[in-house]
Design a protein around this ligand. Structure first.
Ligand code: HEC
Length: 120
């Protein structure tokens, strides 16, 4: 019987592992192209932010002082926004309920906002 280990030489296996690790670090860029992640981001934003911020490509924010999300993304560097979301956006954003998003949630939110900015 020929098992999978015998079919793939060890060195190739190692190369695959390294490639997978390298790909992992580019995961958030990849994620931006993933529709599933995007729609999850949209749901999160709708639930947590949509009461005040407009989160679509068009339309005004329900709360006039809150900038539409599509403008927020353009204004912030992605890294900055990512950090802010992780920290719960404390400093600038006192009106907002403070939420500490998980890394996956942050990725989902960024994927959606990225798509929003690109579509604009
Ligand atoms: C209760 C209303 C409310 C909710 C809910 C809310 N925001 Fe805001 N947000 C505001 C207001 C008002 C401003 C503008 C004034 C300010 O900067 O504090 C704002 C500003 C922002 C800014 C821009 C800050 C800047 O310096 O330009 C970002 C980014 C932002 N909100 C993200 C979010 C995200 C992400 C969520 C959901 C997780 C969210 N907000 C939920 C009211 C809200």
């Amino acid at each position: 019987m020929v098992g999978p280990k015998q079919m793939i030489p060890r060195s190739n296996l190692l190369r695959c592992l390294i490639a997978a690790l390298l790909l992992g670090s580019a995961a958030s860029a990849d994620a931006a192209g993933s529709g599933q992640l995007r729609s999850r981001g949209k749901v999160i934003l709708e639930k947590n932010c949509g009461g005040c911020h407009a989160i679509g490509t068009v339309g005004a924010s329900p709360l006039a002082q809150a900038p539409p999300m599509r403008d927020v993304y353009v204004r912030f560097l992605p890294r900055e926004l990512q950090a802010e979301l992780r920290e719960g956006m404390v400093s600038k954003h006192r009106a907002m309920p403070q939420i500490d998003f998980s890394d996956e949630d942050v990725d989902a939110i960024l994927a959606y906002l990225y798509a929003l900015a690109v579509r604009k």
